[in-house]
Design a protein around this ligand. Structure first.
Ligand SMILES: [Mg+2]
Length: 218
């Protein structure tokens, strides 16, 4: 059995990690690419999945550089997202796991490519906003990855090597590299894909597995 790793803070990605929102987001994200850029469903799906974890704004701009359709596509995505994001369920063990981590002593954060007010509203409606030390969302120039980790480290006095980031996308892993440890959550990508991307740490299927593999660093 591997030794438990010690941290002070656990940072969760939001979409696909805490909230079971990826089927919904992928569906609207792919439809919008097909509608605005005339690509096939297969092509749109590949473009969406290869950039998932980034703000949709970036997913569009990376896949369709300089297209005059970009602003309309991004705007439509954000409109459709806000209409139905609050209907998306938490993963079954998300609340239980975050409560348990709080009890163990961890500061629990969210770092996401979704806007901060959207996540706060979502958690308020589920009655769990108070379980999080802070919600760090996307705004232009302030992204999941370096910006968010440095913000948490300096704002809450938590050294980077005492925090672990939990996420479901390859981009989450890439963005944590060189900053903090990463725990991969299987879903959109399996263990093999994370390994191929260079991830050497743990891969879990259920959030509740986290409490078995980490401990609070006194
Ligand atoms: Mg995610």
């Amino acid at each position: 059995m591997e030794e438990k790793k010690l941290y002070r803070a656990v940072i969760f990605d939001f979409d696909g990690t805490i909230a079971d929102s990826m089927p919904f987001l992928q569906s609207i994200g792919v439809d919008i690419m097909m509608k605005h850029f005339g690509v096939s469903k297969e092509d749109a799906t590949e473009k969406y999945v290869s950039t998932t974890g980034l703000p949709y704004e970036h997913q569009i701009k990376m896949n369709f550089p300089d297209s005059p359709r970009n602003e309309a596509a991004i705007e439509e995505f954000e409109k459709l997202k806000i209409e139905r994001i609050f209907e998306q369920e938490l993963f079954p063990d998300a609340e239980r796991t975050v409560r348990k981590l709080n009890k163990m002593g961890f500061d629990v954060f969210v770092s996401s490519s979704t806007f901060q007010p959207t996540i706060e509203e979502y958690f308020s409606r589920k009655g769990i906003l108070d379980l999080f030390k802070a919600i760090i969302g996307y705004r232009p120039g302030f992204e999941k990855g370096a910006d968010h980790f440095n913000h948490i480290s300096s704002g809450y006095e938590i050294p980077l090597d005492e925090m672990v980031f939990v996420g479901d996308s390859l981009k989450d892993y890439e963005r944590s590299r060189g900053f903090c440890d990463f725990i991969a959550v299987k879903g959109m990508f399996d263990s093999e894909r994370f390994h191929e991307a260079g991830h050497k740490g743990r891969t879990i299927s259920q959030l509740s597995e986290i409490q078995e593999i980490i401990d609070y660093f006194e």
